[in-house]
Ligand binder design. Structure first.
Ligand code: GUN
Length: 283
């Protein structure tokens, strides 16, 4: 193995210890940071993510409310819940787990969340702030990836970064954050004809597609940093990412494992955003 592991669990422990201290400071002022998580339907992966988010909140001393609703919930009923949570002073952050069932307009629900409580960073106000460089909540997964690059002391200035995937949750905000740090950024996606032609020249590769073994060793420049956002199951039912880890780790300089890489960092950045929302609302 040539690559060094970027340990998302270890980095998360450090980040969460710092969050806990700030939570205690707020509690001493009579404010307990609170996160409301809304889960609609019975997507098993979403149920696991949501449970982990709620548990992480509690582990750092924050208050959390989990609402679970059947897949048949109407859009109007969900909007009503969001409106009530916007008014609830004990709730500083609101997270509606995606994807939502087809009868519900995701954009409408996200825009209904108060921008001050948008700890996912998905609201138009947050997305616009990121696009223009104004302060705002950053989406948790790309923010976690940036923290990992920072932790290994990787200077993005003048580097070539390739992001594979163009979702609003990961790919697009990831590209903007890399650009903010002066990387030259290429966004590749399902219609990119020759992915390898781009990835072979990349100093950093962020893979967020949802397809295992999408990134193979022959697609990676020796020494490159590889961040794997994928979350899939292999033939044996074991968790794996989008990167052919066993082979890519022989070529890359740095690599994130799955599990124990980007996943815990996403939750850590949600905790940071929730804490910051509470601190701002307390001012
Ligand atoms: N679904 C997959 N990732 C996320 C996330 O970061 N936030 C929410 N709300 N839903 C998701």
């Amino acid at each position: 193995m040539t690559a060094q592991l970027i340990d998302g669990n270890a980095l998360s422990r450090q980040l969460r210890a710092a969050v806990s201290e700030r939570v205690q400071a707020l509690k001493a002022r009579g404010i307990t940071p609170g996160l409301a998580v809304l889960l609609v339907g019975d997507n098993p992966a979403s149920a696991v993510y949501v449970r982990n988010k709620v548990k992480a909140c509690e582990d750092t001393g924050m208050h959390s409310v989990l609402q679970t609703w059947p897949a048949s919930l109407s859009e109007a009923a969900l909007l009503e819940q969001v409106a009530a949570l916007n008014q609830d002073a004990s709730v500083h952050g609101i997270l509606v787990q995606l994807p939502l069932p087809p009868q519900i307009d995701t954009h409408k629900v996200i825009e209904a969340i108060s921008a001050a409580k948008d700890v996912d960073g998905f609201h138009l106000a947050s997305a616009g702030a990121l696009m223009t460089g104004a302060p705002g909540f950053l989406p948790c997964t790309p923010h976690g990836c940036m923290k990992m690059l920072e932790a290994i002391g990787f200077d993005l200035h003048g580097k070539h970064a390739v992001v594979i995937g163009r979702s609003n949750i990961v790919g697009k905000p990831m590209a903007l954050l890399l650009l903010q740090k002066n990387a030259t950024v290429t966004i590749c996606h399902s219609a990119t004809p020759d992915l390898k032609a781009f990835t072979r020249n990349a100093d950093v590769i962020v893979v967020a597609v949802g397809k295992r073994k999408l990134l193979r060793a022959d697609m990676v420049k020796p020494g490159a940093v590889v961040l794997d956002v994928g979350m899939n199951r292999n033939e044996e039912g074991k968790l794996c990412g989008d990167v052919d880890f066993a082979n890519v780790k022989e070529v890359a300089g740095w690599i994130t494992p799955v599990p124990g890489g980007v996943g815990p960092m996403t939750i850590s950045m949600l905790l940071v955003n929730t804490l910051e929302a509470a601190e701002r609302q307390a001012r």
